[in-house]
Design a protein around this ligand. Structure first.
Ligand code: GDP
Length: 430
């Protein structure tokens, strides 16, 4: 787990910050080579499950003298930290020692966030003392007050933005595609047509059972893994629907994108249920209408209309028309898969989210709840795949369905998430 270290002179509020971020969790005292005095260590986790280990180096520097042995100890503690939180008192003029510590930190060379502590009141950010902090050379200081929990939410957000992605997350660039759909819609045939050989045997024999197969191949320079859910046709006790659901769920969990294959002649509840499974799992869906070769030319329009009607709530998902038999539409299908895959991983900078929030609330004012207005304070994209937005509000109870829908639509349209499922979390600011 990534480590984040708090560094700063005595009495700038390091342990208050540590306690505020750690909450009620127990801090343990780290046993680090070369560190003779206490370094407190605890895990910080936000409500989206993201986490890091927070170190408080305050114990290494309890008298105010900036001496070699102290430097050495803190350097040892910082050895495997991914990020440093450099705390300075935001209300006091900078001292020579602050500049010295800043110069030393630049030398240490770790990514560093400058925190101006004890700023209980926004007015403090107008003071000359605050502007002086830019002179330390770490860019814009983040104003926080550990006592009043001011700025700590934004701080967490910034920390997660700065931390390197988990190694296994960064490596996962192959696009994992679950091919789901009721039996006989042509899932295996499509897979074979895509992969270009007969690696999966398509059998028309009743009672044929196959296990799901993962097939790797490249398209447009990108690696794909196709997860087929065929082989669920007949199980001993004959509950096809049940097994189909189970297998589809399992395939969905392992996938990045769901290709929902439908037969234009057989559309119904089963398709809806599968679509909902995918959306609940937060997976983008590419609706694939297969056997398009069987639809007579004069009926194309009518079929399109019927599909739009039956799968109405999937209207945001891209639709492609294919024929596994004639290898028709396969390029469109993979292109749509790549498009939604990339879209679901797109990250909008926090400043942009907040810029738009202002525009959206101006265009359509938030509702009132018993005379008290809903206030949208701050927004951020907290996660990708599915893109997850967290908006801080004065009171989440004041959010109406209609306003939520309005914001969801704006996120889709203005931030570029039209074709994928997104999540929106409202958070009351304490
Ligand atoms: P699965 O159960 O969804 O994997 O479906 P299969 O791939 O086993 O296909 C079921 C039947 O539909 C087979 O007889 C296929 O040959 C046929 N089939 C699949 N795709 C198409 C298509 O695009 N057009 C036509 N005409 N037949 C297809």
């Amino acid at each position: 787990m990534a480590k984040v270290a708090i560094v700063g002179r005595p009495n700038v509020g390091k342990s208050s910050l540590f306690n505020r971020l750690v909450g009620r969790r127990e801090a343990i005292v780290a046993d680090m080579p070369g560190v003779t005095r206490d370094v407190k260590e605890a895990r910080v986790e936000d409500d989206l499950g993201r986490s890091f280990t927070l170190l408080d180096t305050g114990g290494l520097w309890s008298n105010d003298e900036w001496q070699e042995p102290i430097k050495r100890r803190i350097e040892a503690a910082l050895a495997d930290a991914a990020l440093v939180l450099f705390c300075v008192d935001g209300r006091a003029p900078l001292s020579a020692a602050d500049y010295e510590v800043a110069a030393w930190l630049r030398n240490v060379g770790k990514p560093t966030l400058l925190l101006a502590t004890k700023l209980d009141d926004p007015r403090h950010e107008e003071s000359p003392e605050f502007y002086e902090l830019y002179g330390l050379g770490f860019g814009e200081p983040l104003a926080i007050s550990a006592e009043h929990a001011r700025g700590t939410y934004e701080l967490l957000d910034t920390i997660f933005e700065r931390l390197p992605e988990d190694a296994d997350e960064a490596e996962a660039e192959e696009v994992r595609v679950a091919i789901i759909g009721r039996p006989n819609v042509g899932k295996s045939s499509l897979l074979n047509a895509l992969v270009g050989d007969e690696r999966v045997i398509v059998a028309d024999v009743p009672g044929t059972t196959r296990d799901s197969v993962d097939v790797r191949f490249d398209f447009g320079g990108r690696p794909f893994v196709l997860i087929d859910t065929a082989g669920i046709r007949r199980k001993p006790d004959g509950d096809v629907e049940y097994y189909s659901k189970l297998r589809s769920e399992e395939a969905l969990m392992r996938s990045d994108v769901a290709v929902l294959v439908v037969d234009p002649f057989e559309l119904g509840d089963h398709e809806l249920r599968l679509a909902n499974l995918a959306l609940q799992a937060g997976k983008p869906v590419v609706l694939t209408i297969n056997k398009w070769d069987l639809v007579p030319d004069e009926a194309l329009r009518e079929f399109e209309k019927n599909i739009a009607q039956v799968l109405g709530h999937l209207d945001f998902a891209p639709k492609v028309y294919t024929s596994a038999l004639n290898a028709y539409g396969l390029h469109d299908l993979l292109a749509a898969v790549i498009r939604v895959y990339d879209t679901a991983r797109f990250r909008v900078p926090t400043s942009e989210v907040n810029g738009w929030l202002e525009v959206w609330t101006q265009r359509q004012a938030p509702p009132n709840f018993k005379g008290r207005p809903l206030k949208l304070l701050y927004g951020t994209q907290a996660d990708v795949a599915p893109p997850t937005f967290v908006i801080s509000v004065n009171n989440e109870q004041f959010v109406t369905r209609a306003y939520e829908q309005y914001i969801l639509n704006r996120i889709r349209e203005d931030l570029g998430f039209k074709e994928v499922p997104i999540r929106l979390i409202w958070k009351s600011r304490a």
